[in-house]
Every structure is written in structure tokens, then in C-alpha cells.
Design a protein around this ligand. Structure first.
Ligand SMILES: *[C@@H]1O[C@H](CO)[C@@H](O)[C@H](O)[C@H]1NC(C)=O
Ligand SMILES: *[C@@H]1O[C@H](CO)[C@@H](O)[C@H](O)[C@H]1NC(C)=O
Ligand SMILES: *[C@@H]1O[C@H](CO)[C@@H](O)[C@H](O)[C@H]1NC(C)=O
Ligand SMILES: *[C@@H]1O[C@H](CO)[C@@H](O)[C@H](O)[C@H]1NC(C)=O
Ligand SMILES: *[C@@H]1O[C@H](CO)[C@@H](O)[C@H](O)[C@H]1NC(C)=O
Ligand SMILES: *[C@@H]1O[C@H](CO)[C@@H](O)[C@H](O)[C@H]1NC(C)=O
Ligand SMILES: *[C@@H]1O[C@H](CO)[C@@H](O)[C@H](O)[C@H]1NC(C)=O
Ligand SMILES: *[C@@H]1O[C@H](CO)[C@@H](O)[C@H](O)[C@H]1NC(C)=O
Ligand SMILES: *[C@@H]1O[C@H](CO)[C@@H](O)[C@H](O)[C@H]1NC(C)=O
Ligand SMILES: *[C@@H]1O[C@H](CO)[C@@H](O)[C@H](O)[C@H]1NC(C)=O
Ligand SMILES: *[C@@H]1O[C@H](CO)[C@@H](O)[C@H](O)[C@H]1NC(C)=O
Length: 536
């Protein structure tokens, strides 16, 4: 018996009589498994491309309040706003010029329209760190450009950076993906055949020491041994391109000065240009997400297993410091679709359940996997993109991490195209997330637009006897190929409605309640949608 119509749910062709509908049982343990993992505070964080930071944050005369609203929406669920890492490829393509009046001057090459081949920044660039009160940042220095002149300029930038970050600092970074620095990166001169873990560590130590001397002079508070910390080594970790090893980097003494505060590793689940990438097979595939997270964990294990463990930083968490769906800024029609929002929700919970406590989701202006476009450009409309809704669902599911960090357990549903997770607070089952990753096409311009009704999977969820009712929050859109019309819990965060503030849509159902019968909740999850089941 359904009490909702298809449009009311925001789910096209949501009908109970669909011949494609089926049901299955989902057993949910009353308490978490012994090895269940919790996220860190700020689990859902962002990484903003260095060359796009001024677009995302604005400056003091014109702060980007739309971006700030989107960060605050997440803080409303998470208890604190995302951390923002300012870095990426263009961090190593940026030169400081103390005499430059403009914040940023960029040059593009013919071969890469996605980000500048290089840029110079002036002191005004650092205003962008002051536009979002309450948000904490890391600032990325250029390691790649080793000319004497540009190294000197880097040191001259330190006082501007440390003054701007004084009350909103969570780390420095020197170099993005140094494991690829011997491979041509746009205009950056690649390192030679002597590039290795040892040469990287020697250079990193030399320049972090010099940065520290500048911080000591300009911002003594940030130079103390507790405060002067880096995220590192920020490797890309692509064995097909380089076998530069994170474990080896620590053995070579990266942490000799105890300056590594966060062990950061990057990981994309695939890359634009690789063969065989599809929305269904690559993104909307829980098995593929588990594969990617296992690869990330293998790096962490290799670091922990080094023979001399006293070379490792104490209490430095291992995090995913830059990541998104598909490297090389994503694929249009894939990385910006609602399917990518479902991917992001599944990936986030897979990370937490396997013990990766923080995820910096990367984005840049015009990037095809961005959570939002911060400004209007000739290529991309300013606005909240589908992946943002996966971020909101993640923040809502994990809840206020400043108070009570839940334990998250993957409930191990079979097959590639579905997943379910349980959240336990103080040892008790609190929520369940069910993600139906079966693709369903809805767009008129898609030659594969589905002509059949939207399939619905019914989950008979076996819950502890004290849980007798539940309220539902749905992550919904018309289909996995939709790029607009996405909602979470009946709200739109569209820029054009209220500049990114949540707006309740009257054409989408909200506030559904389900009652348990003999310890069982029946939860219907249409293809290409997800639901959070809040238990009472
Ligand atoms: C609900 O209304 C919004 C805003 O007009 C629209 O974008 C969306 O597609 C609608 N959703 C449904 C399911 O009709
Ligand atoms: C501040 O931002 C505005 C709007 O983007 C821009 O016109 C102005 O040049 C910026 N200021 C500096 C110093 O770059
Ligand atoms: C910056 O990029 C432009 C465009 O590709 C190029 O002509 C110029 O030489 C580059 N400048 C530096 C300092 O690398
Ligand atoms: C933006 O559009 C122009 C012209 O249509 C195109 O040449 C360029 O590659 C596009 N840039 C991006 C980042 O997609
Ligand atoms: C910069 O790196 C290149 C390539 O490894 C090397 O040949 C050059 O000597 C370095 N320059 C300086 C100033 O250290
Ligand atoms: C770059 O260095 C890494 C680590 O030393 C090595 O695995 C890789 O083959 C090198 N790549 C090139 C193009 O020299
Ligand atoms: C890295 O190691 C793997 C496994 O030994 C090998 O297949 C791959 O070719 C290596 N990559 C590079 C760039 O040398
Ligand atoms: C899902 O991902 C797994 C792991 O990468 C892969 O083996 C499988 O073929 C994928 N499924 C589909 C339908 O593409
Ligand atoms: C292990 O590393 C520590 C810290 O770098 C060092 O002091 C110590 O000598 C090393 N021990 C061995 C056996 O190499
Ligand atoms: C949805 O459309 C994509 C192409 O955009 C196609 O590859 C896929 O097979 C379609 N899915 C279904 C279930 O028909
Ligand atoms: C979603 O479907 C509804 C009902 O068919 C339709 O009115 C609405 O325009 C669709 N939204 C989008 C963004 O396509």
C-alpha cells in the first residue's frame, strides 16, 4: 500500500505495481561490530583548486556569500563547517609577486582549458582567507618550482599567508602530488631522473624549515611545535604512473622535525580518458567504491608497517586529502549527474566504515565534478550542482560530529548496485542509510531514456525491538542522469531559489514515517535514490 504518488516523492514513475520491483531482507545488528569505525570531526571537507580559491571565497570587498551559505548548510548538520584545503595542481603552478596589486593573474595554454598553466598571486590573494568566518584552512605552497627567484618569492609570501590564517589555520602544505613531479605537469618543469623519495624529503625538509623561520618572525604563535604542522606527503598514488612510495617517504625522514600533522593521500576512483568509464559501472557501483577505499587503506597499512615506526608522526590521522569521482576534473554528464551525488554518498560512508576519517572533496571553477559553481562564467552557470546533495546527505547521516561521533557499519548487501550502512550512537543503533545505485534514466535528451516505470526495491529491515518507528529523509531526483531538480529531505539548495539557503519544495514529499511490525520496517527505495532511516 503506497500513500504517495510518483510526483509527490520527487521520483518519476514511482509505482508499486512495477514489474521490476522486488524485495529483500536487511538484517541490522543491535550494536556495532567490535572493529566499527568513527569519522573524525569535519569528515566532509573540501579541497579547492588553488587557482579557483578567489572565485569560491571572493575577497573582503566582495566576499562570496553564496559559497559561505553552502558551507553553513553543512555545518547545520555536522556541528562545524567543512575544513577547506586550498591546493591542487595549480598550487605548484603559482608564483608570488609582492608588488602585484591584483589578487590573481592567470595564463592559460591552448592545451588545457580546465585550469591555468600558471598564475601569479599578490598580497591581495590572502584576503580570500578572511571571507568565511569560522572556516579553517590549509594553504598550499609551491614545491615544484625550484628556481632561486621563485623560492625567494615563496618565502616572501609566508608573512601574508600566516597573518591571513592566524585564527583559521589547520595546516600548511608544501607540494601537491610530488610523486608525479618528474612527469610533465602543464608549464611546470618536470624533475629529472634523480627524483626519488629521498630527494623529495631532503627538499621538503629544507624548505619547511625556511618557511618556519619566516612564520617565527611574522606570526610567532603559529611557529610553536604544536602549531607548525603540515599535511603531507599528498601523493597521487597512481601505480601506473609512478611507484613513489608513501612508506619510503617516512623512512627517509619526512617527519624528522615532527612537522607532519596530517598524513594526506589523494585518490580518484577513475580518470577521464581511461577506457570503460560509465556512470553505472564506475560511479554507481558500491563494489568499485570498496575497491578504491581498499587501495587507499593499503597505502596506510604500508606506512604503518615500516620497520622503524618511530619515524612516523604520533597522533597524525591518515586522511583522504584530495579526491572526487573522476580525475582530470570529471566528465560532463557523468560527474555532474545525480548518479554522482549517489556515488558521493556511498563513497563517503564506505570511507568512514573502513576507517578513513576525513574526506576533502576536490573542486574548482568550471570543474565537471564540482559540488557548486561559485561564480557565473561563460562555460558554467553559477549554482548548486548535484554532487552537493550527496554531501548534504552525508552530513545529515553522520550528524553533529562535535558532540557524538557515530560508529558506521557497512551492512554488506550483495551485488554492485546497492549498499546499506548502520550508524550507532553510544553503542545503540540510531540510523540506517540505504542506497539504490541501479541507474534510471529520465532526461529527454538521453537516447537511453527509460520507457518503463521506475523500479522500486523494498527492504524488509529487521530492527531491534525497541525501535518501533522511523522517519525518512530521501536523497532524490527524477533519475540518475538528471543534473537538476535534486533534493535532500524535500529541500532544494539551488542558487536561483534563495542563494543556496534550503528551500522546501512543495512538489516533493517530506516527513514520511514508517512503523515497525514484528520488528520489521518496510522501506521502499526507488532505483537511483537513497534514504536515511532515523530510528526511534
Ligand atoms: C519540483 O520543482 C522544482 C522547482 O520548480 C523542479 O526543479 C523539480 O524538477 C520538481 N520536481 C518534481 C519531482 O516534479
Ligand atoms: C575583489 O573581487 C572583485 C570581484 O570579483 C574584483 O573586481 C576585485 O578586483 C577584487 N580585488 C582584488 C584586489 O583583486
Ligand atoms: C605561463 O603560461 C603561459 C601560457 O602557457 C606561457 O606562455 C608562459 O611562458 C608561462 N610562464 C611561466 C613563467 O611559466
Ligand atoms: C569553455 O568554453 C570555451 C568555448 O566554448 C572552450 O573553448 C573551453 O574549452 C571551455 N572551458 C572549459 C573549462 O570547459
Ligand atoms: C631544480 O630541479 C632541477 C630538476 O631536478 C635541477 O636540475 C635543478 O638543479 C634544480 N634547481 C635548483 C636551483 O635547485
Ligand atoms: C618518476 O619517479 C618515480 C619514483 O622514483 C618512478 O617510479 C617513475 O618511473 C618516474 N617517472 C618518470 C617518467 O621518470
Ligand atoms: C609500479 O609497480 C607495478 C608493480 O610492480 C608495475 O606493474 C608498474 O609498471 C610500476 N609503475 C611504474 C611507473 O614503474
Ligand atoms: C563494479 O566494480 C567492480 C570493481 O571495480 C568491477 O569488477 C565490476 O565489473 C563493476 N560492475 C560493473 C557492472 O561494471
Ligand atoms: C628510528 O627512527 C628514529 C627517529 O628518526 C631514530 O632516532 C632511530 O635512530 C631509528 N632507529 C633505527 C634502528 O634506525
Ligand atoms: C542510462 O543512460 C546511459 C547513457 O547516458 C546508458 O549508458 C545506460 O545504460 C542507461 N541506463 C539504463 C538503465 O538504461
Ligand atoms: C521531474 O519530473 C517531473 C514529473 O514528471 C517534471 O514535472 C519535472 O519537470 C522533472 N524535473 C526535471 C528537472 O526534469
Amino acid at each position: 500500500m503506497k500513500t504517495f504518488t510518483h510526483t509527490a516523492l520527487g521520483l518519476a514513475a514511482f509505482v508499486s505495481a512495477s514489474p521490476l520491483s522486488s524485495s529483500q531482507n536487511l538484517l541490522v545488528p543491535a550494536s556495532p561490530t567490535k572493529d566499527a569505525k568513527s569519522p573524525l570531526d569535519h569528515f566532509l571537507s573540501y579541497s579547492i583548486e588553488f587557482s579557483s580559491f578567489a572565485d569560491f571565497a571572493g575577497n573582503l570587498s566582495k566576499p562570496n556569500t553564496y559559497s559561505y551559505t553552502l558551507l553553513k548548510n553543512l555545518a547545520a548538520y555536522a556541528g562545524s563547517p567543512p575544513l577547506v584545503r586550498v591546493g591542487g595542481n595549480t598550487q605548484d603552478l603559482t608564483i608570488f609577486d609582492a608588488s602585484q596589486k591584483l589578487a590573481v593573474i592567470q595564463s592559460f595554454s591552448q592545451s588545457n582549458p580546465d585550469y591555468p598553466a600558471n598564475q601569479t598571486i599578490g598580497p591581495a590573494f590572502f584576503e580570500s582567507y578572511r571571507t568565511w568566518p569560522g572556516v579553517h584552512f590549509s594553504h598550499g605552497f609551491n614545491l615544484a618550482d625550484n628556481s632561486t627567484e621563485h623560492r625567494q618569492a615563496l618565502l616572501e609570501s609566508v608573512p601574508f599567508a600566516c597573518h591571513a590564517l592566524q585564527d583559521r589555520f589547520y595546516g600548511w602544505e608544501l607540494g601537491n602530488e610530488p610523486d608525479l613531479m618528474n612527469i610533465t605537469l602543464a608549464q611546470a618543469p618536470p624533475r629529472g631522473s634523480d627524483w626519488s623519495e629521498a630527494t623529495y624529503v631532503a627538499e621538503w625538509l629544507e624548505w619547511t624549515r625556511k618557511i618556519r623561520q619566516q612564520v617565527k618572525k611574522a606570526c610567532p604563535k603559529l611557529a610553536s611545535s604544536e602549531q607548525f604542522k603540515f599535511l603531507a606527503p599528498s601523493l597521487a598514488g597512481s601505480p601506473s604512473l609512478s611507484n613513489f612510495s608513501a612508506a619510503r617517504v617516512f623512512e627517509e625522514g619526512l617527519n624528522d622535525d615532527n612537522a607532519v600533522g596530517i598524513i594526506s593521500q589523494h585518490k580518484y576512483i577513475g580518470a577521464r580518458g581511461n577506457p570503460g568509464i560509465t556512470l553505472q559501472g564506475t560511479l554507481m557501483n558500491h563494489t568499485n567504491n570498496k575497491r578504491a577505499v581498499n587501495e587507499l587503506l593499503a597505502v596506510s597499512t604500508s606506512i604503518s608497517n615500516i620497520p622503524n615506526r618511530s619515524t612516523l608522526p604520533k597522533n597524525a590521522p591518515y586522511i583522504l586529502g584530495e579526491s572526487n569521482s573522476l580525475a582530470r576534473q570529471g566528465i560532463g554528464g557523468v560527474s555532474n549527474s545525480f548518479g554522482a551525488a549517489l556515488w558521493g554518498f556511498d563513497y563517503a560512508l564506505t570511507l568512514v566504515s573502513k576507517g578513513i576519517g576525513r574526506w576533502h572533496m576536490h573542486q574548482g571553477t568550471n570543474y565537471r565534478y564540482q559540488a557548486w559553481q561559485p561564480i557565473q562564467t561563460k562555460n558554467t552557470t553559477k549554482g548548486t550542482k548535484a554532487p552537493y546533495y550527496g554531501n548534504v546527505a552525508t552530513a545529515a547521516f553522520l550528524g553533529d560530529l562535535t558532540k557524538d561521533r557515530p560508529k558506521i557499519v557497512d551492512l554488506g548487501l550483495p551485488h554492485d548496485f546497492q549498499s546499506a550502512f548502520a550508524s550507532y550512537k553510544s553503542g545503540k543503533l540510531a540510523k540506517i542509510a540505504i542506497i539504490n545505485l541501479q541507474s534510471y534514466n529520465t532526461s529527454d535528451d538521453n537516447p537511453f531514456k527509460s520507457s518503463s516505470p521506475r523500479p522500486v526495491e523494498t527492504y524488509a529491515v529487521q530492527v531491534p525491538s525497541r525501535c518501533n518507528r522511523a522517519s525518512l529523509q530521501r536523497l532524490a531526483a527524477n533519475g540518475s542522469d538528471a543534473i537538476t531538480g535534486v533534493t535532500f529531505d524535500g529541500f532544494s539548495y539551488a542558487a536561483e531559489l534563495d542563494e543556496g539557503r534550503p528551500v522546501r519544495l512543495s512538489n516533493v514529499t517530506r516527513g514520511e514515517k514508517v512503523f515497525a511490525k514484528r520488528g520489521q520496517l518496510l522501506i521502499e527505495v526507488p532505483a537511483s535514490s537513497a534514504v536515511i532511516v532515523n530510528l526511534y
